[in-house]
Design a protein around this ligand. Structure first.
Ligand SMILES: [Ca+2]
Length: 493
């Protein structure tokens, strides 16, 4: 027997393990950290780098200066919950019935779709459990994951952020929330209701910073900082209101103060990344979940979408084109402006590519990895076309052309949706000159392309996209209102 060989065996095993451990450590250190910051109901015009004059946003502007600003950045819908569903899955939410905001009371007409998606009727509705979130995927790759802020993807237990891939959660489950303490509305840490005494946007900033404080370079992390600012209710603190006393319109003044609070919180997050020397290898995304609401039946907040036309709730540019910034000093250019259309669905595949994570082949992702495009390595547009469906409204953008049926309330009319209209966004960003009579063939082709895409969608699993009668919808609203009152959970849209 070779004694020397036996003696050396444990040492060799130890050395081999050390090498493997070192490789794993290096790989973990190489994986970028990810921070996704979501604003709520922001106007396209309301950041400094988009020309805003009355509301300084130095920290959002710094984010743009340190990375890439996507001027044609979109979200996949004009409402809160659907676009958050798209963000977390990298898939058009219409593929899985999440076309509208989920309410607590699902309607019978959509039960078929709900059964198809595996809903437990007693458990309520939310982001279908058939879907895998970006947090699930990153957690599986050993990321530390946290959500701070608004959820709006289901109140019920199975849909709780802690069961959708997030290790940590601080925030509220509904679509809107008071910014001031004392109204008994629930803020949760994990699953425990907590008493929060700070102005809510400041509290979300504080919690995001505290999460970053606990992170090290040894393990990558994913933080989703999901503000309800600048969604209604219009609540601002006195100090920030004082800062904007020169703005005469009261709603705009309050909006400015709320924007300023969000910008301050973003500044604190960026400063903490820098202080911990984590900023170089941290990807930071910033989007709004939909455009600014200006239509009278939306959550009007004083936002401005100029030069875009339309509002939250419409498939015109004002509802779906949003501030869209990406910063990753280690791998992306700084101060770059990128003009090809991208969409929030791209964030998930971009993050997975950056982290070297393969998406399971069974999942059909709609987003694409933006990195080669933003780095200038791939020419041409990342998408052949982008698509929207929101009830009777629709839109497709292919190149500079857009075919759209939008909410007629924009034109002061009633009804489900306008006739299809054709716009060239390169020459008419404000969608004012309908070219459908001049370009009928182009319109027909765009409609056919949208129809092919739509064939792979399913009917809405809830909301006003079904064939429910008005009385039933009113009953559902009454039930939802009663439940919110009982639980003191404000809801929004
Ligand atoms: Ca929103």
């Amino acid at each position: 027997m070779n004694l020397a060989r036996i003696d050396l065996l444990p040492f060799a095993i130890f050395m081999a393990c050390s090498v493997i451990f070192a490789i794993v450590q290096v790989a973990a250190a190489d994986k970028p950290n990810v921070v996704v910051i979501v604003g709520d109901d922001m106007g396209y015009a309301d950041i400094g780098v988009h020309g805003c004059k009355d509301i300084p946003t130095p920290n959002i502007d710094a984010l743009a200066a340190g990375g890439v600003r996507c001027t044609n950045g979109y979200v996949s819908g004009p409402y809160c919950s659907p676009t958050r569903a798209g963000l977390l899955t990298g898939r058009y939410q219409t593929r899985f019935g999440h076309e509208f905001n989920p309410g607590p009371a699902p309607g019978k007409v959509q039960r078929k779709q709900q059964r198809q998606l595996g809903y437990d009727e007693k458990a309520g509705i939310g982001l279908p459990l058939s879907e895998t979130t970006i947090a699930d995927r990153l957690k599986s790759a050993d990321y530390a994951t946290a959500l701070v802020g608004k959820w709006h993807l289901g109140h019920a237990d199975p849909y709780h952020p802690l069961r959708r891939g997030f290790d940590e959660y601080f925030g509220f489950l509904g679509g809107a929330h008071s910014y001031f303490p004392g109204n008994d509305a629930r803020i949760f840490r994990g699953e425990e209701p907590v008493e929060e005494n700070e102005y809510l946007t400041d509290a979300f900033g504080r919690e995001a910073v505290a999460f970053l404080e606990r992170q090290t370079a040894n393990r990558p992390f994913f933080l989703c900082l999901s503000f309800n600012a600048v969604h209604t209710p219009m609540h601002a603190d006195e100090a920030r209101l004082e800062k904007f006393k020169s703005i005469r319109d009261e709603k705009r003044r309050t909006y400015a103060a709320m924007m300023s609070a969000m910008d301050d919180a973003i500044g604190a997050v960026l400063a903490k990344l820098q202080e911990k020397k984590l900023d170089d290898n941290t990807m930071v995304f910033f989007i709004s979940d939909n455009g600014g609401p200006s239509l009278s039946t939306t959550t009007v907040n004083g936002s401005i979408n100029r030069p875009l036309r339309g509002s939250k709730r419409t498939t015109l540019e004002g509802g779906i084109r949003v501030p869209f910034l990406v910063k990753w000093p280690a791998r992306l250019p700084t101060g770059k402006v990128y003009d090809q259309p991208v969409i929030q669905l791209d964030i998930l595949p971009t993050v997975l590519a950056a982290a070297g994570i393969e998406a399971d082949p069974d999942t059909r992702l709609d987003g694409v990895n933006m990195l080669p495009y933003l780095r200038g390595e791939s020419e041409g547009p990342p998408h052949d076309a982008l698509y929207w469906r929101f009830g009777q409204q629709m839109a497709i953008r292919q190149g500079d052309w857009k075919l759209v049926k939008y909410d007629p309330a924009v034109d002061g009319l009633k009804g489900k949706a306008t006739q299809a209209k054709l716009y060239n966004l390169a020459s008419d960003i404000g969608e004012s000159k309908n070219l459908i009579a001049e370009e009928p063939e182009r319109a027909k082709t765009l409609q056919a392309t949208w129809d092919r895409w739509n064939a792979s969608n399913m009917a809405a699993a809830w909301g006003d996209g079904g064939k429910g009668k008005k009385a039933k919808a009113r009953k559902q609203q009454r039930q939802a209102a009663a439940r919110r009152a009982a639980e003191k959970i404000p809801d929004g849209n």
